[in-house]
Design a protein around this ligand. Structure first.
Ligand code: ATP
Ligand code: MG
Length: 629
């Protein structure tokens, strides 16, 4: 069969072959990016089905993203001797999807789709309610970080009663955790973390079910094993303890999900928990050109804590990685789009290209350039438009109001930046009718009981009206400094939030510079919000398109040409990691370096690092991870 596969264009080297065909017993494949780990899993599955006649229903194949699962199935389908029905019978997908299927089968009433808490803001609302009773300040307390902490505990199988808090922060988080769990129990709701923990509890408490599934599943394959967390590890361990046929593949240098509780030390556990484990190390890189492999190796070498792995490139033709230095974010986007256009004109396909960034919010300029070009491109389904971000929306509301002084929606949007309560709106509505004036004028009549505030409000309508006569960038400066938006961002946020908030303001100012009038700028913002929805819709159907995505989500994928946006200090490595580093903690910085490594290793032929000379209006410095250049 393997010869047949080879004729089909799917070759394996000797080590890969050994890994693909040793289907009995525990096996760990540990090796660098592009060494064919995922290919080994795919061929192994095909080999089991066709040669060893394993019933596909007994194979559980776990990938890190739904996209990866889909891709693997498509690959399998293209192999000889693999029928569509065999592929459909495989139990494959992400941890969540695989275990959710088990849950819904046994406890359908408990795990209904409509009871799922999907979004972070929903969770935040729940813990904020609990926090209020506890006396936490809604604005000062970092609820988002608390939720992250709760998730970490949960994924590590630590329940509220297990938490032994060590400081005030953990005491507060433990309290919120308990309340959050109680809330979900009362309302019968659940979140994504509950799916895995729920399945774990179900199998723990029902030995009959556990036995059933231990018999049902005979073979386990797990991709991206370095990012597994405790509950996932335990689930797999539990189910595979009967057959012991477990193959996991991973690369400790690509562990980038520690904020979700993933922990590469499970690789070390693995050797302890499965003493009979066979370890295969793949050493050839089949994905990337020689120079790209060399660059990636140099990047990752800077990390202290890692298993040493040397990678040899199979591709000898050498395209060196390229650094380019645009003046700012706008030119960065222009240069990339122009470069892609030239390459497409020469015959490249749009799907050959990926543009990767550290955080989604950095994609504003590139999104706009691509939207203005005729190149097809796709974005992540949960990617929000830059102009919909809370801080950005709030600031733009001032500009909108200057153009449309009678617009109550825009007026409502600026109440909280002005530290006014929402109920003031009723009063203002009444005043517009009473006095027959524009909405905006009623700010002068708002009674807050604070003389200095009322004085400020009196001057407000004229100030806002005057915005329409200046350039957008000037108007934003006025809103920020004179109308108190900066204070709002400062007062509203916790430490982390202020940072994010001021970043948004700075990004918005960079965008505004391109426009002469407020009208044009606002039209542009509306247009971009619309485009964002449209592109997302199209993203579901496009097959040949440029990929815009975060580095995190690009894991496991490969593209001919990769552009890494803003490879500068503060971006990669991110500011928060630099902060920790200054305080003596090197761990977050090492994870940032792994991110850079993941980004670099997505490329097969062309790798471009963009290093803007200024970012958010300030001088920027090349990422320390590229220091060898
Ligand atoms: P990552 O760590 O990024 O997930 P990986 O180790 O899973 O990478 P694969 O995606 O499986 O690597 O393989 C990288 C590329 O090399 C793919 O295009 C794959 O088809 C190709 N490849 C793998 N093995 C071979 C081989 N023996 N001969 C030729 N090409 C190969
Ligand atoms: Mg892979």
């Amino acid at each position: 069969y393997l010869t047949l596969l080879e004729e089909h264009g799917v070759t394996l080297d000797e080590q890969q072959m050994a890994a693909a065909t040793a289907i009995e017993g525990p096996l760990l494949v540990l090796s660098g990016a592009g060494s064919g780990k995922t290919r080994v899993l795919t061929v192994r599955t095909a080999y089991m089905i066709t040669v060893r006649k394993v019933d596909p229903k007994t194979i559980m194949l776990v990938t890190f993203t739904a996209k990866a699962a889909k891709e693997m199935k498509e690959r399998l389908l293209s192999y000889p001797g693999i029928s569509a029905s065999a592929v459909n019978q495989l139990v494959s997908g992400t941890f969540h999807s695989v275990f959710y299927k088990i849950l819904i089968f046994h406890e359908p009433e408990k795990w209904q789709r409509n009871l799922l808490i999907k979004w972070n803001w929903e969770k935040e609302k729940i813990v904020k309610n609990a926090g209020r009773d506890y006396g936490l300040d809604e604005k000062e307390f970092a609820y988002d970080s608390a939720l992250q902490q709760i998730g970490l505990w949960k994924n590590s199988l630590l329940f509220p009663e297990d938490i032994k808090p060590i400081d005030d922060w953990e005491i507060a988080c433990a309290y919120l955790y308990k309340k959050y769990e109680e809330y979900k129990q009362k309302t019968m709701m659940y979140d994504f973390d509950d799916m895995l923990v729920g399945c774990y509890s179900l199998l723990k408490s029902r030995s009959d079910l556990l036995e059933k599934y231990k018999r049902r599943f005979q073979y386990f394959l797990v991709d991206e094993f370095q990012d597994i967390n405790k509950v996932q590890y335990e689930l797999i361990k539990m189910l595979s303890s009967g057959s012991n046929n477990l193959c996991v593949v991973g690369d400790d240098d690509q562990a980038i999900y520690s904020f979700r509780g993933s922990d590469p030390s499970f690789i070390l556990h693995f050797e302890k928990d499965y003493p009979a484990v066979k370890i295969v190390k793949l050493t050839e890189n089949y994905r990337s050109a020689h120079e790209i492999v060399a660059t990636a190796n140099r990047i990752i070498k800077g990390n202290q804590s890692r298993m040493d792995k040397a990678m040899r490139a199979q591709h000898n033709f050498s395209e060196p990685a390229v650094l380019f230095f645009p003046y700012d974010e706008e030119l960065e986007a222009t240069m990339i789009v122009t470069d892609i256009q030239e390459k497409v004109a020469l015959g490249a396909r749009p799907s050959d290209f990926a543009i990767l960034y550290r955080t989604h919010s950095m994609s504003r300029a590139i999104f706009e350039r691509l939207a203005a070009s005729s190149l097809p491109f796709v974005i992540d389904q949960d990617a929000e438009s830059f102009y919909e971000r809370r801080i950005v929306r709030g600031m733009l509301a001032f500009l909108r109001l200057s153009m449309q002084p009678q617009d109550p929606r825009a007026a409502a949007a600026i109440l909280s930046p002005l530290f006014l309560k929402q109920n003031v709106l009723q009063e203002m509505k009444a005043q517009t009718i009473l006095r027959d004036c524009d909405f905006i004028d009623t700010f002068s009549f708002v009674k807050t009981g604070l003389a200095f505030q009322e004085r400020k409000l009196k001057a407000l309508p004229a100030k806002i009206r005057s915005l329409r006569n200046v350039k957008p960038i000037i108007a934003l400066e006025i809103v920020e400094k004179d109308l108190g938006y900066q204070d709002f961002v400062k007062k509203r946020g916790t430490e982390g939030n202020i940072e994010k908030g001021s970043d948004d303001i700075r990004d918005l100012k960079v965008a505004a510079k391109q426009f002469e009038t407020i009208g044009e700028f606002l039209d542009h913002a509306d247009h971009m919000i619309g485009m964002n929805k449209e592109v997302k819709q199209l993203s579901k159907h496009f097959t040949d398109a440029i990929q815009l995505t975060t580095i995190h989500r690009s894991k496991g994928l490969e593209y001919k040409t990769v552009y890494v946006l803003s490879a500068v200090e503060g971006s990669i490595p991110h500011d928060f990691a630099l902060d920790s580093y200054r305080k003596g903690d090197v761990v977050p910085l090492e994870e940032e370096r792994r991110l850079m490594y993941v980004a670099a290793t997505r490329a097969s032929l062309g790798l471009y690092f963009s290093i803007p000379q200024t970012r958010r209006g300030k001088k920027a410095f090349p990422s320390r991870f590229l220091k060898f250049y």
